[in-house]
Every structure is written in C-alpha cells, then in structure tokens.
Ligand binder design. Structure first.
Ligand SMILES: NC(=O)c1ccc[n+]([C@@H]2O[C@H](COP(=O)([O-])OP(=O)(O)OC[C@H]3O[C@@H](n4cnc5c(N)ncnc54)[C@H](OP(=O)(O)O)[C@@H]3O)[C@@H](O)[C@H]2O)c1
Length: 282
C-alpha cells in the first residue's frame, strides 16, 4: 500500500513527505487537478501567490469533503511584498483566496538579496508574527542559500521549518541540504524530476528497468530515501498515480549513489539562481 510517511518539522508539526505541486497549472485547470490528486490520496498541496491558483486549491480542498486538518497546504509570499506592511496584506489575501483561517506552511518565496536593501530579515520577522497569531502553523523559506540562512540564525529567533530549493539528480544542492540537516531545517526539493529533463538519463533508465519502475518513480524514490520532501506537478491523472506509487519498493544504496553522482552543480540548475534572481511581478 501507499502510506505516505510524515516528516516531523522543527516546530513539532507533521508534513506528508510526498505532496502535489501546482506551479504552472492554469487557474481554470487547478481545481480539477487538485481534486484528482486528493482522490488518488495526496494530502499535501504546494501552491503560491505567484502561481495565481490559491483560490482554486481552496475550492478543491473544500469540495473533497476531507477535513481541512487532513490536507496540508503550503503557500508563499510573492516577491512584490517583502516589506512588512505589504507582507501582512499579502498574507491576509492568501488566506482569503484559499478561503482558510490558516495555512499549514507559509514561505518567503525568494530571498531577493539584491532588492529591498537585501532585507529579508524584516520579512522573516513578519512571518514570525503569522506563526505567533496561529494563522500559519509553520513558517519557512524558499530558495535561501546558506548565507541567507546564517543571517536569519544570527538576527532572528525562529529557525525556518523548511527550505524549499531546487533539487534533482542534475542539481543535488548538497551545501544547502547539509546546512538544513545540521540545523533542523527540512529540505523540500522543487522540480524533483527537473520538469522531466532527468527522465531520459541512461543511469536512471537503467535503474528503472532493473527495479521494474518508471524513471519518474525511481527519481522520486531517490529523493524520499535522501529524506527530502517532494511534490511533483502533473495535470495528467496517470502520472499523478505513477508519482504516488513510490512506497512499495526501495533502491539499493549503490543506485542512490549512482543517481547522486549525476550532479552537474550550477550547470544542472534549471531555474533562477537565488543570489541574483530579482523578478518582481508588476
Ligand atoms: N519554490 C520555488 O521557487 C519553486 C519553483 C518551482 C517549483 N516549485 C514547486 O515544486 C513543484 C514541482 O516542480 P515543477 O512543477 O517545476 O516540476 P516537476 O514536478 O519536476 O515536473 C513537472 C513536469 O513533469 C511532467 N511530469 C510529471 N510527472 C511525470 C511522469 N511521471 N512522467 C513524465 N513526466 C511527468 C509534468 O507534465 P504534465 O503536467 O503535462 O503531466 C510537468 O511537465 C511545483 O509545482 C511547485 O509546487 C517551487
């Protein structure tokens, strides 16, 4: 059976290790996709204000008939709203769009070190307030490099519960993952199959043939065995099912190592570099 394990976060909350991501799902397709995912058994949805589909995520959760407490929902602060007053308004809007009293996890989407005078610290302190007032059960960050995490540790009181970063076989992102491991910050691996780019890799295909699973299942299993949290995105029901069926097999340690060895460092990055990314929606 497909029992998804929970990971215990540093604040005591539990998060399902496998979830469903909704980046690049059109708002008009989102409720259907999330309903399908919940029907398959996913109990963790990863959205963001930037994705423009929080409203439809909330609708699908309500329509599922599941208790709100049985579905873990994450959203993220958009890049336009790092200043504390803006962040408070944006968080109100996120809850209003979702139609929820609280989110399970709220993240700073990007550190934007070249904007806002490099001040993601006051943004983080604003998120601490959302946790204190109970409207965010957990708070965390996304795309934070080690130096950004070190600065939060030096200047604030709350260690982020998670750091959501790009991780897949071509960008294993070991430095940020190791910092997280050492400081009790769970790593969430975004673009876990590199949006499909790793699925034709000969090493991965060969392991998949050996264990009788698909390349996507092998890569998602690799993440899970490394202890990271994943939420692959798909609008294709058969792929949603495929991506959910990763708890009925194991990889040999040598195969885990062979996949890890595919790392291409910075050349393997598919998304923006967090040190320079400065996109602010108009
Ligand atoms: N914090 C951040 O900055 C950030 C950035 C990026 C992503 N994320 C989060 O991470 C989630 C996942 O990342 P992602 O959406 O970028 O990429 P991903 O999950 O690595 O890949 C999604 C792509 O792979 C295809 N796919 C899914 N399952 C497949 C399978 N079993 N076989 C073959 N192809 C498959 C999907 O196609 P179809 O949909 O057509 O089936 C889609 O094109 C996002 O949805 C979002 O929640 C966060």
């Amino acid at each position: 059976m497909n029992a998804v394990p929970n990971i215990t976060l540093n604040d005591g909350s539990a998060i399902p290790q496998l979830g469903f991501g909704v980046f690049q799902i059109e708002p008009q397709e989102t409720a259907k996709a999330v309903s399908e995912a919940l029907g398959i058994g996913y109990r963790h949805i990863d959205t963001a204000e930037m994705y423009g589909n929080e409203k439809e995520v909330g609708e699908a959760v309500r329509a599922s008939g599941l208790d709100r407490g049985d579905v873990f929902v994450t959203s993220k602060l958009n890049n336009s709203f790092h200043e504390p007053d803006d962040a408070r308004r944006a968080f109100d809007e996120t809850l209003s769009e979702l139609g929820f009293d609280s989110v399970d996890l709220f993240l700073i989407h990007w550190p934007l070190p070249t904007l806002y005078d490099g001040d993601y610290v006051s943004t983080w302190k604003t998120l601490e307030g959302f946790k204190q007032d109970g409207r965010a059960r957990s708070i965390g960050v996304s795309n934070f490099q080690v130096e950004h995490l070190e600065r939060l540790a030096a200047e604030t009181d709350t260690v982020p519960a998670v750091n959501q970063i790009e991780v897949h076989p071509y960008l294993t992102n070991e430095t940020a993952r190791a910092y997280g491991r050492e400081h009790g910050i769970a790593t969430e691996a975004w673009s876990p199959i590199a949006q499909g780019a790793v699925l034709d890799d000969p090493t991965i295909v060969q392991i998949a043939e050996k264990v009788g699973k698909t390349p996507a299942q092998v890569v998602l299993r690799w993440h899970v065995e490394r202890g990271d949290i994943v939420f692959p995105k798909s609008v294709t029901p058969s792929r949603m099912e495929e991506n959910f069926e990763i708890f009925d097999f194991e990889l040999e340690p040598a195969d885990v190592e062979a996949i890890t060895a595919l790392d291409r460092g910075e050349d393997g990055r598919t998304g923006p570099n967090p040190d320079t990314f400065a996109y602010v929606p108009g």
